[in-house]
Design a protein around this ligand. Structure first.
Ligand code: NDP
Length: 287
């Protein structure tokens, strides 16, 4: 079997074109959507991610601003900045680029963001909202994955979905969103015994481990939809996912490539969440 490739880059360009119009509509009405990014320290990967977000914002018509602090900045100073941004009417979305330096308490920083501006969906309130089926902002990576499944008409309800990885930013919200859509969900981690036993029964397999090419063809049910969240750099400098694409594409029904799969969708969903936040702000302001 030759899997159908789920082209995240193409889908992202369609979604962005549609949301660009929504951003333009708001701007015409005097409200340009705005995103503030908080970055602490000089993590080179974070710098690239932030640069990409700023570029994507400008392409779609979102005002963006980066508040960059040195690694030894006191956490209180960052919290003060977030409090000011919470009140800033030109800023509708605020995100804190993770990871933060080790002397920071992630939850204290994230929960200082106003819940209506938490476009990453990581605030504890928004996590609770997601878990209880009252999603306010869906976390960007799982949101992108669900859109990929929808666009390819891949059925979720009643299917067995296996998520490998249980992080707060990918694995857990992904599992919740699949559960909400009626899948029977299994969450696996590094502690799972006999991982292939679970993966081989997955109709939908989402892999988010950070382990290069760890999912091989023998671990995949024929015809399954395999979504590769991982982004890893091989010793020769090439990017690869957590799935061994070359072997798995011969077994799976659908597969996402790396690069060009989930990555472009993640950043797209951040743009969508920011525009959504601005639309809600406008609606509330007019009440
Ligand atoms: P984390 O390191 O926070 O979590 C990794 C998870 O994978 C953990 O739950 C871990 O288990 C599990 N795991 C690790 N090794 C194995 C294994 N051998 N078998 C089963 N489970 C395993 O990573 P993230 O969730 O933040 O990210 C995962 C990957 O996705 C990374 O490559 C990251 O770069 C990428 N990523 C990509 C994005 C995109 O837009 N495409 C966005 C965000 C992340 P345990 O909990 O037991 O340690």
């Amino acid at each position: 079997m030759n899997a159908q490739i789920i082209d995240g880059k193409l889908l992202a360009s369609h979604v962005r074109a549609e949301w660009k119009q929504r951003a333009a509509r708001l701007t015409e009405q005097g409200l340009r959507p705005g995103l503030a990014v908080i970055m602490v320290g000089d993590n080179p990967a974070s710098e690239i991610y932030v640069r990409n977000k700023v570029k994507a914002c400008s392409e779609i018509g979102i005002h963006s601003e980066v508040h960059h602090f040195s690694a030894n900045t006191n956490q209180d100073e960052v919290l003060d900045c977030i409090r000011v941004l919470n009140q800033n009417q030109h800023v509708h979305g605020i995100l804190v680029q993770l990871p933060l330096p080790s002397h920071y308490i992630n939850n204290q920083v994230i929960t200082s963001i106003a819940i209506q501006k938490d476009v990453d969906g990581f605030h504890l309130y928004n996590v609770g909202a997601l878990v209880t089926g009252n999603t306010n902002f869906a976390p960007c990576t799982p949101f992108g994955v669900t859109m990929m499944l929808e666009q390819h008409h891949i059925p979720v309800e009643g299917r067995h979905a296996v998520v490998i990885g249980r992080s707060n930013i990918v694995g857990k919200p992904m599992a919740m969103m699949l559960l909400e859509r009626g899948a029977t969900v299994t969450i696996c981690s590094s502690k799972t015994r006999d991982l292939p036993y679970f993966t081989r029964s997955a109709d939908i397999l989402v892999v988010a481990t950070g382990q290069p090419q760890m999912v091989t063809a023998e671990m995949v049910k024929p015809g399954a939809a395999v979504i590769d969240v991982g982004i890893n750099r091989l010793p020769d400098g090439r990017l690869c996912g957590d799935v061994d694409f070359d072997s798995v594409k011969n077994v799976a029904g659908y597969i996402t490539p790396v690069p060009g799969g989930v990555g472009p969708m993640t950043i797209t969903m951040l743009l969508c969440n920011t525009i959504l936040a601005a639309e809600r702000y406008q609606k509330n302001a007019s009440l």
